[in-house]
Design a protein around this ligand. Structure first.
Ligand SMILES: Cc1cc2nc3c(=O)[nH]c(=O)nc-3n(C[C@H](O)[C@H](O)[C@H](O)COP(=O)(O)O)c2cc1C
Ligand code: SF4
Length: 438
């Protein structure tokens, strides 16, 4: 791996009982970055974050400093921190919010300062009550200590920070649906273009949306410098990042990794290998929306953004879901597709209808009623949602949720055609008069 010290989880490892309190945070260097940032001023903070080449950890991996540069000059402007974290297999932001909320609050204050924002929001998934309690407590402590509110540390800078609980839907993690939800509307994505959040976002004012993990890196970057951050790991995706590993490994959990190791090292050394000595069959490299990887092609490729992209998938939300040889891949695809079908907000026909049809076909195959035409129909429905079934996906939809449902289906058809054929074969042996086939 690397001998570079932990950044995001250092405090929670060193002080497991009290890492969430302001006393422990301040005793371990907390809020020194804020004092430094207040002296540096806006432009110098942005330069450090650009030098760090800190990529967003919410899914798309867009560099945070570059995104901040897009913020339109009109004021007021807002910073919204995305803690909706609902992508299956992803549970890293939860740990950062529960175990080191002041690191997030300090990162949010510095980022607000850098973007000339006087009101920021932390939007937390509705099903994360402990995260919400811990973050709210940290915000209250920060107000009491003079790190938030009017005239922060006598600097003349004012910032209000509001904690808001999410609407209980996966789509509320998509940044424009999140903004609608924050405004009290239905959590449905907005059309982009014409308006992007950096120009017209919350209350139609310029808005930056960043992920919890992204902003939790900011205090370290200010304390140590952007160049020190960009020197860690690969040039194109430097720093440390959280990786939630789940599924059939011996040691599932959150790991703070430096990119550049291989998948073999990540799955076997970091996560302890496959349960019961079983064979590795496939894994999802970056959250449920990401195309699957298989050992024969990918086990010795690198865990870097560049390598994952060029191998036809994505780092995404940093969630790795590992499946061993006992996994029924048709069932695995169905479980993922069912999630997306359930979470489709319904605005776009290809997503609303297509995800439901994909799920119904897969369920029928699993129930023993597969048809010879199923592989073609699965492909055809996928093609209607995401033309050409390519990666990166093309879209007929307002947001990427629709194409996300195509990833498991395309992965199933590409890597496990024999399991699809077996499900079809089982179906052809069932009398036509039974069940759905009749
Ligand atoms: C369907 C969908 C769900 C998403 N869910 C989340 C989420 O839970 N958390 C998150 O940070 N980003 C999520 N995103 C990405 C956000 O739209 C946005 O890109 C991100 O919050 C930006 O932060 P970053 O630049 O720091 O990564 C989601 C995107 C889509 C399309
Ligand atoms: S793609 Fe799906 S989730 Fe996204 S806006 Fe359209 S219907 Fe809603």
């Amino acid at each position: 791996m690397t001998d570079h010290p932990l950044i995001l989880t250092a405090r929670m490892h060193a002080h497991p009982e009290s890492s969430h309190t302001i006393a422990t945070y301040e005793a371990t260097g907390g809020y020194t970055a804020l004092r430094t940032a207040l002296d540096m001023g806006r432009d110098a903070i942005v330069e450090e974050v650009k030098a760090a080449n800190l990529r967003g950890r919410g899914g798309a991996g867009f560099p945070a400093g570059v995104k901040w540069g897009f913020l339109a000059p009109a004021r007021p402007a807002y910073l919204v921190v995305n803690g909706d974290e609902s992508e299956p297999g992803t549970f890293k932001d939860r740990q950062l919010m529960e175990r080191d909320p002041h690191q997030l609050v300090e990162g949010t204050i510095i980022s607000s300062l850098a973007n000339e924002v006087n009101h920021a929001f932390i939007y937390i998934r509705g099903e994360y009550p402990k995260s919400a309690r811990r973050v709210q407590a940290a915000v209250d402590e920060a107000y009491a200590a003079g790190y938030l509110g009017a005239n922060i540390l006598d600097s003349g800078y004012d910032l209000e920070l509001t904690v808001h609980l999410g609407g209980g839907a996966y789509i509320c993690g998509e940044e424009t649906a999140l903004l609608n939800s924050l405004e009290g509307r239905r959590g449905e994505p907005r059309l982009k273009p014409p308006f992007f959040p950096a120009v017209r976002g919350l209350y139609m004012a310029p808005t930056i949306v960043n992920n919890i993990e992204t902003l939790s890196n900011i205090p370290w970057i200010i304390n140590n410098g952007g160049n020190a951050y960009s020197a860690i790991g690969p040039e194109d995706s430097p720093g440390r990042r959280m990786c939630s590993i789940s599924g059939h490994v011996n040691r599932p959990g959150n790991y703070e990794i430096v990119e550049g190791i291989t998948w073999r090292e990540l799955i076997y050394d970091v996560a302890g290998g496959i349960r019961n000595g079983n064979e590795l069959k496939a894994w999802v490299p970056g959250g449920a929306s990401a195309p699957w990887f298989v050992p024969a092609e990918h086990l010795d490729t690198e865990v870097t953004k560049a390598a994952i992209d060029s191998n036809g998938s994505m780092t995404g939300s940093g969630a790795v879901i590992v499946m061993d040889h006992t996994t029924d891949m048709v069932a695995a695809a169905e479980r993922l597709v069912r999630f997306f079908a359930h979470e489709s907000c319904g605005l776009c026909t290809p997503c609303r209808e297509g995800t439901t049809w994909l799920d119904m076909i897969l369920r029928r195959m699993l129930a023993g009623h597969g048809r010879a035409s199923d592989p073609d129909v699965l492909y055809d429905v996928s093609d209607n949602i995401s033309p050409g079934v390519t990666w990166p996906p093309k879209m007929t939809t307002i947001c990427p949720l629709g194409p996300s449902a195509v990833s498991p289906v395309a992965s199933l058809l590409k890597h496990f055609p024999e399991e699809v054929a077996a499900a079809v074969e089982r179906g052809t042996q069932v009398p036509v008069s039974i069940g759905i086939r009749s």
